[in-house]
Ligand binder design. Structure first.
Ligand code: DC
Length: 222
């Protein structure tokens, strides 16, 4: 056990695996805090975009991070007092987030902020490197995934249900590109921690996935 005993449940996995929804429900059920680390990379991508800074420009992107005031309030996310909850969820910001997240200086600049979410009674942390890099002493580590086809299908249905246009093949290709970039980068790549439990949700609904995570947590607490 580290000097900070506050328990952390780390849930990592690829885009559109459902880990965000599952992590949020688990946090609510346990009365724990919740960290959506992907939102931080999305905010950095948005801030860079709004300041005309190229996502590829590592030093310039990393430099703006200390100037950002980021607040999570209930389900809303604020950047310098502006509600950016909707703006950061676009496909464009998802791709931007994946690009800025490949820079070591950007990842470094976000470490302390992520650690600050670890508060009593506990934290559910959702991302790509929660178990491997940010909270390696997490009490429970879950690698939550689903096949690319199932993830693309889920995202396709979400868009159609919102009345938006969607192209399944384009969605699948974007997901595969993002998976490749997130898994192949040199720093903190998306990978299953050696001590994480693998949870494939391809054939599970949200409720079943939540129950599997709660069971894994109960098993580690015994
Ligand atoms: O979970 P998400 O789709 O909101 O994440 C957006 C991007 O941010 C994702 O493509 C990779 C990056 N990311 C990361 O590198 N490390 C994390 N802990 C979380 C997200």
């Amino acid at each position: 056990m580290s000097s900070n005993p506050t328990p952390v449940i780390a849930i990592d996995g690829p885009s559109a695996s459902g880990k965000g929804t599952v992590a949020q429900i688990v946090a609510e059920k346990l009365g724990y805090h919740y960290l959506d680390s992907g939102a931080l990379y999305r905010i950095v991508a948005l801030a860079a975009f709004e300041q005309d800074i190229h996502w590829e420009a590592e030093q310039a992107v990393a430099k703006i991070i200390p100037q950002l005031t980021i607040q999570f309030e209930h389900d809303e996310i604020y950047l310098n007092d502006a509600n950016v909850s909707e703006k950061i969820r676009t496909e464009q910001m998802g791709q931007g987030a994946s690009k800025v997240a490949a820079h070591p200086l950007v990842r470094l600049a976000l470490i302390d902020l992520q650690h600050s979410f670890r508060k009593a009674p506990g934290l559910v942390a959702d991302g790509r490197d929660m178990a491997t890099v940010i909270f390696p002493d997490a009490e429970t580590k879950i690698f939550l995934t689903a096949s690319a086809e199932v993830r693309a299908e889920r995202r396709y249905k979400q868009l159609i249900n919102k009345g938006l246009e969607a192209d399944y093949q384009a969605i699948l290709k974007d997901l595969q590109d993002r998976d490749a970039r997130d898994s192949e980068r040199s720093v903190a790549p998306l990978q299953q921690a050696h001590d994480a439990t693998l949870l494939d949700t391809s054939h599970l609904n949200i409720e079943q996935a939540v129950n599997h995570v709660l069971q894994a947590i109960a098993a580690t607490q015994q």
